[in-house]
Design a protein around this ligand. Structure first.
Ligand code: GAL
Length: 371
């Protein structure tokens, strides 16, 4: 466990370093270019449009937004302006937000799509207006210029493996319930694919749901339905694609009177999720270090706004259903359990031990030596 974690942490640090080194290179290139050739698309006083999909999952406004803004300020000596909008899970609203950004003449867009297909037309309109688009976290369709995310199939595998580990030799002694994310989110399909690749044949899947809009309350309703359909005594584990839904699932399990909760997975290392892990209510989460992902988006966006190539930043490419060979940067993820809270989210300064261990979590923290 320790070695694996250390390796992952090193990989994360290495990625972050590679990203910033590459950035140094491109900043220099831009300087040279300014001297030699026609004026670049823009100087440091660029306008960056930032569109995030929702504000229920803590990550977007607590981490992604401030981290991207900070990195853009760093890269442009504080000269860039970031124009922000959150679609609050509304795909139509996000389409209009892209149009507003086009009207506002942003130099580049960083876009985390609510619905990767429904946004394709708006991406095309941005492209036609000469605005490059960096797809953030979710692979938006349409003519995007760059993409950064985590290895999302790997996220599903990490979750599936952790669930098998928690079930030990008893994996077939009952049924598991699978709570996947929203069908409009291409990542949800990848998490699901990765999880199935590990779980199929090893467990009995009693019920499986694609949860509308990732909503915890929908996961709660689905879980209550699964408990009624399968019977309380038959459920031995729950695959939940993220922490928000894990919260809704655990509430349903408690309401149904489970004395010992079955292992439940998660993702996003939300504070409430980490606290449930400490308290033994949730088995695991997936820690996705947002800083390197945000840095990659900022670096690619600034480079594109200045009319630079991404060769030195993005070493790999991905294909979306509509666009082939998109330059991409993927950041590794870490399985988060009781055993490595200190070495991951606390070490990286995401939460302090004090925050995690506040109030009713103090005793559980003490029991695992977290202080
Ligand atoms: C995914 C994202 C996850 C989680 C989820 C719920 O696309 O990768 O980190 O936030 O959406 O919105």
């Amino acid at each position: 466990m320790n070695t694996r974690m250390r390796r992952a942490a090193v990989a994360v640090a290495a990625t972050a370093m590679a990203v910033s080194l590459a950035a140094c290179g491109s900043a220099k290139e831009s300087g040279d270019k300014t001297k030699e050739s026609a004026p670049p698309a823009a100087g440091d006083d660029i306008k960056v449009g930032l569109l995030l999909p929702e504000n229920q999952t803590a990550r977007y406004e607590a981490f992604d937004k401030p981290l991207i803004e900070k990195k853009i300020a760093e890269l442009t000596g504080g000269k860039a302006e970031v124009v922000y909008a959150n679609a609050k899970q509304d795909a139509t609203a996000q389409n209009s937000q892209v149009d507003t950004m086009i009207t506002n003449k942003v130099n580049v867009l960083i876009l985390d799509a609510v619905d990767s297909k429904a946004i394709a037309g708006a991406v095309k309109r941005a492209k036609d207006a000469g605005i490059p688009v960096v797809a953030y976290d979710r692979l938006a369709e349409g003519p995007i210029d760059a993409y950064t995310s985590f290895d999302n199939e790997e996220v599903g595998k990490v979750q599936g493996k952790a669930l098998l580990e928690a079930l030990g030799g008893k994996a077939k002694n009952g049924q598991i319930v699978m709570m996947n994310g929203s069908v409009t989110d291409p990542n949800a399909a990848l998490f699901k694919k990765g999880a199935h690749s590990v779980l199929d044949g090893k467990v009995n899947i009693g019920k499986e749901y694609d949860t509308v809009e990732w909503k915890p309350e929908n996961a709660n309703t689905n879980m209550a339905g699964a408990i009624t359909a399968l019977g309380k005594n038959k459920i031995i584990g729950v695959y939940s694609a993220n922490d928000g839904m894990a919260g809704g699932i655990i509430t349903a399990l408690k309401a149904a009177g489970f004395k010992t909760l079955p292992p439940v997975t998660g993702q996003d290392a939300e504070l409430a999720g980490v606290q449930r892990i400490v308290a033994g209510e949730q088995f695991m989460s997936v820690y996705k270090p947002y800083a390197p992902e945000a840095a990659a988006a900022a670096e690619m966006a600034v480079a594109l706004a200045k009319g630079q190539k991404l060769d030195s930043l993005a070493k790999s490419t991905v294909d979306s259903p509509t666009t082939k060979g998109v330059p991409s940067i993927l950041v590794p993820v870490v399985s988060l359990t009781k055993a490595n809270i200190k070495d991951t989210v606390v070490k990286d300064g995401v939460y302090s031990a004090k925050e995690i261990c506040a109030g009713k979590y103090a005793a559980a923290c003490a029991a695992i030596g977290l202080k």
